[in-house]
Design a protein around this ligand. Structure first.
Ligand code: BGC
Length: 906
C-alpha cells in the first residue's frame, strides 16, 4: 500500500562540491532548497561559497531570475561579499516556476555560477478558488466499530472517527504544466492518478491553526496526462481534531470537530490560459480501509476494505457521497514556511525475539520518532496484527509503556489474505525503539525515522566512544522532537512545543541542522499567541494549557530570534520579532517594577528537573529578565532604532544593578549557592567584575564538594561547558562530560540510552524507572551540552559581535580523555571545520575557513615558538599572528585549509 518503498539516506553532512577556485553552491530561497510555494514578493535568495584558495572572497555577485525562459530579474553585478539578496525583479506570478542563477566573481576576476529554482504559491489572496470540504455526517452513517472484544480500547470507546477518502475526476488536457496547492485542517495525503504526491509526512504540519494554516504546492505535471485525471485525498484528524497532549480528544477539538480538505489545481495551457479547479461540492467521499488514525493512539487499517482504483479516473464512485462544503474563507492560509516532515532513515532491527505467548519483540537498536513498515506473509484474510511501541523494556523483557501515559501508540492491521502484504501507517507517529507484534508470526519490519527534514548542517566526532554516543543521542533527540514543531517528547500524550526546551536547545540545534526555516515558522506561531499583555505561552503552538509567562520559557521570544539572526544573518527575523521581544520584556517589567522578577505573572518551573537542589527561582527569573532586555536592546540597535536600543540597554543595566544588589553578596556568592545560579549570573554578565573570580570559585567549589558532579536542570545544563571553559576550568567541564555516575549523561549511556533522557533519574539503580507521570527517554533539553562539543571541545564558533559567521572563532580545547576531536559546520558563508589530534608530544590542528570569513584561530600549545603551519614557521607561512600567550598562538586567517602543528607537552 505504501509507495515509499525505497530506503532513505540517513543524516550525514553532505560533501562540499570540489573546485579550486571560488564557486557558489547550496542555493536557497527563503532558507529552503527548491521550495515550491513561495508567496513573499521579495524572497531571499542565498548561496554558500567554496574555494581551495587561501584568503579568497567574493568580490561581486550577480543574480538572474527567469520564468519560463523569460527574464524576470537581473541584479547586475553587485560589489561585495553578501551571500544573500532579496528578489528585486518584476512582480512574481502565482503558481509559476522561476529558475535562478548566481554568478560570483573573485578578486582576480574569475567567475563561477550555480543554478537553482523556486516555485510560487498564491501571491494574491483573491486567486483562491477552492472551498474547504469535509464529511457530511448526514449522508453516510457514522462509522460503527465492530462489536469485538479484541477491538482496541480507542475503538471500543468510540472516540476515533474514520478518516475519509475524497476524489474528483477532472479533464484539464492539453496542459503545459499543472500545479496543485493542498492543505487540510487535519492531515492529508494527496494522490493523482494512483500516485502519491510529494514525500512529505503529516502534511500540512502543525501551526497555530487559529491564525495560520500552511499549504503545500506540488508540481503534478508529470502525473497528469491527456484525458481525464483523478485527484484523490485521504483526510485524517491529526493535530486539528485528534488527540492532542494529555487532554484527549474533547479539549483538543477546540481547533475543530472534523477534518477539512482544500485542494486547488492550476493548469497552464499552451495558449497562455489557465484553468483552476478546486475542492467543492462536486467532490465525492467515502470511508476506506483506514478505520481510524490518530497521532497519539495509532492507526487501524483493514486491508479487506480497500477499494482498488479509488484514486484512478475509471473508478465507479456511485456509492460514495457528495462532499460537503464547510467553509469558503482563505484568510488563514499561509505557504508552508519550513521543510516538511519526511522519512529520513530506515532502521533494520538489531534483534527480533519471539516469546512463548506468540509475541514478537523487535529491537531497532535506536529510539526514534516514526513508524514501522511491516511485511507479513501467509496471513489468512481477517488476521489482525497488532503493533505496540515502546521506548524501552521492563525488567521482564516485555515492552515498557507506562511512561506513554494515555498515548496508546498501537497500530492494527487486518490482513486481506494476500500471500505477502505490507502495512505502513501514515497519519500517526510514535516515539519508540521496541515494537511488539502480535497476531501473526511470519513478519518482518523496518523502523522508519521521521522528522522535519531540516538539512544537516554540522557534525562532531572524537576519539571517545561514550562522547560519540552522547553526540549521537543528542542528534537523535533533535530528530525525534523536531516534528513540525520543536516538541518536548515524541512518545507520551504530550508532544508540545514547550518554549524553554526549544530555547535552551537552540544553540545545539543550529549546529546540527539548518533550522532557519523551521524556527521562522515557529516564531510566527509564538507571536500569534502572545497575549495582549505581552505574555508568551509556555507551549507554542498555544494549545490546552492557559499557562504563560514562565521565566526561561517566555524568554524564547527574545532568545530564539536573536540567536537565529546571529547564526543566519537574516535581519528580517529581528524585524518580524522586535515588537514581540519588546512586548515580552515590557510585560515582565510592568509586573516587576523593582526589577527583581519575583511576581509570578504566570507559571514558574524554575531550573526544571535539576538534580537534588533548588536554584532560587528569583535568581533564575531575574537573570532571564536581564538577558531578554539586553537582547532586545541589541536587536533594536541592529535595526537602527537607537532610541529603543537605548531604552532597553538602560533597562538591562538597571536589572544588572538590581540583581547584583539583591543576589550577589560581597564574597561573590549568588543567592541559593547552586550551580545554575552561578552559571546564569556568570553567563549573562550579572556578577560585578571584581567579584567574578570569587563567583567562579564558588561554582567550582560546589562541583568539587559534590565530587565533581552536576546538579543542573534545563536552565543551567547548557551553560556548564561554556562557563567553565570561559574561566579556565575546562578540566572540570571534561570531567562532567566523561562522568558516568548519577547524575550525568554517561549514566544514561551506561544504561543503554540512545537518546537524551528527560530527567537525570529516568532510571536509577536504586529506584528503577523514574516517575511514570513524567519520564520520557527522548527529550533534548539536557542535551544542550551539544553546543559546547562544537564550540568548546572542537572549538568552532564565532566572535561575540560577529553575525552569520563573518568572523569565525576557532578555539579548540584539547583535554579530558580525548586524543582527537573534530567538527564541521556549514555557516551561511560555507564550511567551517576544525580537527585536532594529539600524538607523540605534538598537537595537529586542521582548520578550514570558508571564503569571505576572517577567522581567529587559537592554536593550543605548551610552547608558542614551536607552532608551524604546513611545516613552516608562521611568519614564513604568511600567517598573521595577533597574540602569543603561554598556552596558544592566536592567528588571523582568511579562507582556506590550514594545518598547524605545535608541541604539546602536558
Ligand atoms: C515537559 C517539559 C516542559 C515542562 C514545563 C513537561 O511536561 O515535558 O519539557 O518544559 O513540562 O514544566
Amino acid at each position: 500500500m505504501s509507495t515509499l518503498m525505497s530506503a532513505v539516506n540517513g543524516w550525514t553532512l553532505p560533501a562540499v562540491p570540489a573546485g579550486a577556485a571560488l564557486h557558489p553552491y547550496d542555493l536557497r530561497c527563503e532558507h529552503l532548497a527548491t521550495p515550491q510555494g513561495i508567496a513573499t514578493r521579495a524572497p531571499r535568495l542565498s548561496w554558500r561559497l567554496a574555494s581551495d584558495r587561501r584568503g579568497d572572497a567574493q568580490a561581486a555577485y550577480r543574480i538572474t531570475v527567469r520564468a519560463g525562459g523569460a527574464p524576470a530579474w537581473d541584479s547586475g553585478w553587485i560589489d561585495g561579499e553578501d551571500t544573500s539578496a532579496c528578489y528585486g525583479g518584476a512582480p512574481l506570478a502565482s503558481f509559476a516556476r522561476y529558475t535562478w542563477q548566481v554568478q560570483v566573481r573573485s578578486a582576480d576576476g574569475g567567475t563561477a555560477a550555480a543554478e537553482s529554482w523556486f516555485g510560487t504559491g498564491v501571491l494574491h489572496p483573491d486567486e483562491w478558488a477552492a472551498a474547504w470540504i469535509g464529511h457530511d455526517p448526514e449522508t453516510l452513517p457514522p462509522f460503527e466499530p465492530p462489536a469485538d472484544d479484541r477491538e482496541p480500547r480507542s475503538v471500543r470507546t468510540g472516540s476515533l472517527p474514520a478518516p475519509r477518502y475524497f476524489r474528483r475526476v477532472v479533464d484539464l488536457s492539453p496542459v503545459t504544466a499543472v500545479r496543485v496547492a493542498c492543505t487540510a485542517r487535519g492531515l492529508y495525503e494527496l494522490r493523482v492518478n494512483g500516485h502519491r504526491v510529494g514525500d512529505g509526512e503529516l502534511t500540512p504540519g502543525w501551526t497555530d491553526y487559529r491564525y495560520r494554516v500552511p499549504y503545500q504546492v506540488y508540481d503534478v505535471t508529470d502525473l497528469i496526462g491527456d484525458g481525464p485525471a483523478c485527484v484523490g485525498a485521504v483526510l485524517a484528524d491529526g493535530w486539528w481534531s485528534g488527540s492532542l497532549g494529555w487532554d484527549g480528544r474533547q479539549q483538543a477539538q477546540r481547533y475543530g470537530r472534523r477534518p477539512e480538505l482544500l485542494v486547488q489545481l492550476v493548469a497552464d495551457h499552451a495558449d497562455g490560459s489557465r484553468t483552476v479547479v478546486g475542492t467543492d461540492g462536486s467532490w465525492r467521499e467515502s470511508t476506506g480501509p483506514l478505520r481510524y488514525a490518530d497521532l497519539l493512539m495509532g492507526e487501524w487499517y483493514d486491508a479487506r476494505l480497500e477499494q482498488p482504483g479509488w484514486d484512478l479516473p475509471g473508478f465507479d464512485d456511485s456509492s460514495w457521497a457528495p462532499a460537503r462544503v464547510v467553509d469558503t474563507r482563505h484568510d488563514v492560509l499561509v505557504p508552508a514556511a519550513a521543510e516538511p516532515v519526511r522519512v529520513t532513515e530506515d532502521l533494520v532491527p538489531v534483534e527480533t525475539r519471539r516469546d512463548g505467548d506468540g509475541r514478537t519483540i523487535v529491537d531497532l537498536g535506536q529510539n526514534i520518532a516514526g513508524r514501522v513498515r511491516l511485511t507479513l506473509r501467509g496471513a489468512p484474510a481477517g488476521t489482525r496484527v497488532t503493533l505496540r511501541h515502546g521506548e524501552t523494556l521492563d525488567d521482564g523483557g516485555g515492552l515498557y509503556t507506562a511512561n506513554l501515559r494515555s498515548a496508546e501508540a498501537t497500530d492494527h492491521y487486518v490482513a486481506a489474505g494476500r500471500p505477502e502484504e505490507t502495512f505502513e501507517p501514515r497519519f500517526t507517529v510514535h516515539g519508540f525503539r521496541y515494537v511488539e507484534v502480535t497476531g501473526h508470526a511470519d513478519v518482518d519490519l523496518v523502523g522508519r525515522a521521521m522528522h522535519s527534514d531540516t538539512p544537516v548542517a554540522g557534525e562532531f566526532s572524537c576519539s571517545d566512544d561514550m562522547v560519540r554516543r552522547l553526540t549521537s543521542n543528542i542528534r537523535w533527540s533533535q530528530r525525534g522532537n523536531f516534528v513540525s514543531v520543536p516538541t518536548d517528547c515524541p512518545q507520551r500524550d504530550e508532544r508540545l512545543g514547550w518554549t524553554a526546551d526549544a530555547q535552551v536547545f537552540l544553540r545545539t540545534a543550529c549546529y546540527n541542522a539548518d533550522v532557519a526555516a523551521f524556527f521562522t515558522g515557529w516564531l510566527a506561531d509564538l507571536r500569534c499567541a502572545q497575549t495582549a499583555e505581552g505574555a508568551v505561552p509556555d507551549v507554542v503552538p498555544h494549545v490546552m494549557t492557559e499557562r504563560h509567562g514562565a521565566p526561561g520559557w517566555g524568554d524564547a521570544a527574545t532568545v530564539v530570534p536573536w540567536h537565529l539572526y546571529r547564526v543566519y544573518g537574516d535581519e528580517r527575523i529581528l524585524r518580524d520579532s522586535l515588537p514581540s521581544m519588546r512586548r515580552w520584556v515590557d510585560h515582565v517589567e510592568r509586573h516587576n517594577p523593582g526589577l527583581i522578577w519575583r511576581d509570578r505573572v504566570g507559571s514558574h518551573y524554575g531550573d526544571w528537573l535539576q538534580a537534588g537542589v533548588r536554584t532560587s527561582r528569583d535568581v533564575m527569573a531575574t537573570a532571564y529578565f536581564a538577558l531578554s532586555a539586553g537582547l532586545t536592546a541589541r536587536a533594536a540597535s541592529v535595526l537602527g532604532h537607537a532610541d529603543v536600543a537605548e531604552r532597553y540597554a538602560g533597562l538591562r543595566a538597571r536589572i544588572g544593578e538590581a540583581f547584583a544588589g539583591e543576589f550577589v553578596s560581597a564574597d561573590g556568592r549568588v543567592s541559593g549557592d547552586t550551580q545554575t545560579g552561578y552559571l546564569l549570573a556568570l553567563a549573562h554578565g550579572l556578577v560585578p567584575d571584581e567579584l567574578v573570580p570569587a563567583a567562579v570559585g564558588h561554582l567550582v567549589a560546589d562541583l568539587e564538594r559534590r565530587g565533581r558532579r552536576l546538579t543542573t536542570g534545563f536552565a543551567g545544563v547548557g551553560l556548564l561547558g561554556p562557563v567553565l571553559s570561559a574561566y579556565g576550568h575546562h578540566d572540570l567541564a571534561y570531567d562532567l562530560l566523561h562522568d558516568d555516575r548519577y547524575p550525568s549523561w554517561g549514566y544514561s549511556i551506561k544504561r543503554g540510552a540512545t537518546t537524551i533522557w528527560e530527567r537525570w533519574d529516568g532510571w536509577t539503580e536504586e529506584n528503577g524507572f523514574g516517575p511514570v507521570a513524567m519520564n520520557s527517554f527522548n527529550h533534548y533539553a539536557l542535551g544542550s551540552v551539544g553546543e559546547w562539543l562544537y564550540s568548546g571541545v572542537a572549538g568552532i564558533g564565532q566572535e561575540e559581535d560577529s553575525v552569520g559567521y563573518r568572523r569565525p572563532l576557532v578555539r579548540p580545547l584539547p583535554g579530558g580523555r580525548l586524543r582527537w576531536a573534530a567538527a564541521a559546520y556549514d555557516t551561511p558563508l560555507g564550511r567551517l571545520s576544525s580537527r585536532w589530534e594529539i600524538s607523540g608530544g605534538e598537537l595537529t590542528l586542521e582548520v578550514r575557513v570558508p571564503p569571505g570569513a576572517l577567522a581567529t584561530v587559537h592554536v593550543p600549545t605548551t610552547d608558542p615558538s614551536s607552532v608551524r603551519e604546513s611545516g613552516a614557521p608562521l611568519a614564513a607561512a604568511g600567517i598573521d599572528v595577533i597574540e602569543s600567550t603561554e598556552a596558544a598562538s592566536v592567528c588571523r586567517v582568511g579562507s582556506g585549509r590550514y594545518t598547524f602543528t605545535a608541541s604539546w607537552g602536558r
